[in-house]
Design a protein around this ligand. Structure first.
Ligand SMILES: *Cc1c(COP(=O)(O)O)cnc(C)c1O
Length: 233
């Protein structure tokens, strides 16, 4: 039952927030529904979830159509996977938030598409901290200029930072990456490039509690809510 899993994950979020002296309601659970059918998302919605994460534009586009009724009632779709700039327009048509902005060219295309569609798109900059060849994101040296560019782009609401750290079976091993993202938020805030409580999108099924201890405001949780994915995603 998805409802039981939602309850269990929410309890874990609350406990982690309390340990860190934070309020549980300051952590938003983004249910990562990639590879799972729209029906599973309906079940999760019925259990109280409103924010859903997808890593592919095509899949998000299809689900947005299948879940039109729920979107009108408040379901929001987040793109958490890499976005090629030639798919910016399609992404704007189906996503409410994009966590993976990693360059000025993509930002400009998203801005143009959002203005055309008459929408305000929430965007986060994905930061590449570990420089793994398989992962995307803006390097630390490119972060401030990109945030600066985002400030001037209409149709976009620049709301924070995202990180996808190297996978490690031992959750404690990823803590330094989460901490680094928080430090970057603080530095960007001091420069007037982000607001004080800007979002930190970090933490997945096996490490979201550590991410919350380090300040995560958006945790992206798939497996702990929907079970194991059948195919790689
Ligand atoms: C798949 C995915 C998640 C969720 O991973 P789980 O381990 O299933 O919780 C989170 N973030 C990103 C970017 C993902 O691609």
């Amino acid at each position: 039952m998805i409802a039981d899993r939602v309850r269990a994950v929410r309890e874990r979020i609350s406990r982690a927030a309390q340990r860190a002296g934070r309020r549980p309601e300051d952590v938003t659970l983004v249910a990562v529904s990639k590879t799972f059918p729209a029906e599973a998302m309906r079940e999760a919605y019925a259990a109280g979830l409103r924010e859903f994460g997808e890593n592919k534009v095509q899949e998000g586009f299809r689900k947005a159509a299948e879940l039109r009724d729920l979107r009108d009632a408040g379901l929001r779709l987040h793109l958490i996977g890499h976005l090629q700039s030639n798919k910016a327009k399609k992404a704007v048509a189906c996503f409410d938030a994009v966590h993976s902005v990693d360059g000025a060219d993509l930002a400009q295309k998203l801005s143009r598409a959002a203005v055309e569609a008459g929408r305000l798109l929430q965007v986060l900059v994905q930061v590449d901290l570990a420089h793994e060849p398989t992962k995307h994101g803006a390097g630390e040296d490119a972060l401030y200029p990109l945030l600066e560019a985002l400030r001037g782009l209409p149709g976009l609401r620049s709301s924070g930072l995202m990180v996808l750290p190297p996978f490690d079976l031992e959750p404690e091993a990823v803590r330094p990456w989460f901490r680094r993202l928080r430090e970057l938020r603080e530095a960007a805030t001091a420069r007037g490039l982000l607001s004080g409580g800007a979002e930190l999108s970090m933490g997945m099924s096996h490490d979201f509690e550590i991410a919350i201890e380090e300040g995560a405001t958006l945790v992206r949780v798939g497996t702990a809510l929907f079970g194991e994915r059948r195919r790689a995603a």
